[in-house]
Write a protein that binds this ligand. Sequence first.
Ligand SMILES: NC(=O)c1ccc[n+]([C@@H]2O[C@H](COP(=O)([O-])OP(=O)(O)OC[C@H]3O[C@@H](n4cnc5c(N)ncnc54)[C@H](O)[C@@H]3O)[C@@H](O)[C@H]2O)c1
Length: 323
Amino acid sequence: MPKLMNSKQVLVTGGAGFLGSHLCDALIADGVDVICLDNFFTGNRHNVTHLLDSPSFELMRHDVCFPLYVEVDEIYNLACPASPIHYQHDPVQTTKTSVHGAINMLGLAKRVRARIFQASTSEVYGDPDVHPQREDYWGKVNPIGPRACYDEGKRCAETLFFDYYRQHRLLIKVARIFNTYGPRMHPNDGRVVSNFIRQALHGEPVTIYGSGEQSRSFCYVSDLIDGFMRLMKTRDDFIGPVNMGNPNEFTMLELAEKVIALTGSKSRLIREPAPIDDPRQRQPDITLARKELGWEPKVQLEEGLTRTIEYFDQILTRGNNPD
Ligand SMILES: NC(=O)c1ccc[n+]([C@@H]2O[C@H](COP(=O)([O-])OP(=O)(O)OC[C@H]3O[C@@H](n4cnc5c(N)ncnc54)[C@H](O)[C@@H]3O)[C@@H](O)[C@H]2O)c1
């Protein structure tokens, strides 16, 4: 079918989620038309309500496990529950979302000759033996553990993307995303930043799992979205995978202390055993992103935490959705 639309048409799957909604904002600001697709499993209509009046925005309820036909120029495939609490709630569905979702979106991209971006994850590295992780590290993943539905689902999705590239010459872009945080994170997703902020704002004890010496790097959402859009605009033969995250590392103890200080909370720390297969250390090597995308994170932890705390304060203590 010939396209009658003048502006670029972009499909964002998982568009009502944390990252997806920020991506929709940035794409609309960039002057393109956005179809935001979501089944609202972990995403929320509130995350995109402010876009509903825009003539460039369309919200569609759909599950990526089922085929879809829409005329688009680009697809960002983000649909997938991302936090352990959410993806372990229905692990079979999580694998289906990653794998069937990838097959359906790649099939769509092939039919309409769209560029397609995959939101992959640092979890493809599992509990890594090398540190920091570069894209050529193959990872150390337990294929039968409780995290496997997510880790192996995302690994299989990467395989599908690269096979569609080799077999069908599809224009693919694969990003491996490291821990990202910011406004519109789900307050009960069990991820460390949201947990700490929620507990600190409520004056509850802040839970440290394991020794608290395990480290993570945290990327602020606006930096990450800038990276996504830069990646989509790269030359055809740059396909990734490319790490995206903030290489600055903090231990869980350091993060907890920062959150307590920034919220002015009187919360104390309590300890619980570390979850199964929890990686001890995770840090992106972003040399490739620096070279190919001219990208690196700009927002430092304290600034990002302050903005995130403001958001959580609005929704948790004042019952407002700031959007
Ligand atoms: N936030 C991070 O730190 C991070 C890190 C690595 C990778 N990622 C990846 O980025 C993507 C977005 O993550 P997020 O943090 O915004 O999580 P999120 O849970 O807020 O967003 C995921 C969205 O996908 C939707 N969804 C889930 N299953 C679906 C299905 N079958 N069909 C249609 N929609 C479906 C959810 O309703 C939600 O809106 C995910 O693919 C995730 O794996 C995120």
